[in-house]
Design a protein around this ligand. Sequence first.
Ligand SMILES: [Zn+2]
Length: 307
Amino acid sequence: MATKAIHLASRLPRIATLAPRATPRAYTASRTLISPARAAMTSPKTELVYFSDTYQTSCEAKVVSCEPVEDPGDDGVARFVVVLDRTVAYPAGGGQPSDTGRIVGPGGVPFAVATVASTKDGTVTHLGELEEEGAAPFNADDEVTVTVDADKRLLHARIHSAGHLLDVAMTNIGFGPDVMVPAKGLHQPDQAYVEYTGKVEGLDKDKLMADLKAEMNKLVSLGGGSAAAMMGYDEAAEACGGELPSYIPKDSTPRIVTIVPDTAGCPCGGTHVANVKEIGSVDVTGVRVKKGTTRVSYTIEGMKDHK
Ligand SMILES: [Zn+2]
């Protein structure tokens, strides 16, 4: 049985509105939604260093371009969009917020990265400003080091991984994708949920919340290594329970994530913990049924309002 994932665009960080063509894109692993950032899962143009290691927070890279943002905004601060040949910074997408961090090049003045985004073709853009007013921006081919804020990276990975864990728990308690199909999700420090399409008549919300909380915390305490790898289409389909969402091109090598061993995986471009134990204690905080969708909200340790 296929576990279909989650994930939709987060609210755009305020600064993203200043950057032409730098709007964070969403993707979803659901068969019911279109995936605007499918390139991130199949053939990213920028090498995504975080694909192979969630815990790597720094890498060397080469500048492809550094363009000023045309409208600097009310504060008059010069901002730039930097494209690198590779990056360790996660671009907003799939309901997971972007990393923040800094890029340091030959000039030595750090470039503070406020927002990371991914364009349709899988090019990652870093939007931000130099930490010294008037400092020279990067030139093409500059060798730079890009570093992300490690605490934020790990928190985002834990929240996002808990969204996958929720899917597994739903299946384990009898609400698998044959009953409720994961359609989209949000995995932010201030709010996290997964929305499922499909309605269960006479759903006992309190029981569902209690059962899910128990199952998720059981899975966390059992622990188990997650897996993420790009693989051929047929192998990917098999890993996902026999089928892939229609937006995954047949000639691509999608990235398949399995959060709990021996459960169905799903295509995903996010960052994940290596072991579900790292998610920590989970609370299921709400079930809302509206217009044919059921939204299950959750918190984990370290998130706002976690109990
Ligand atoms: Zn994921």
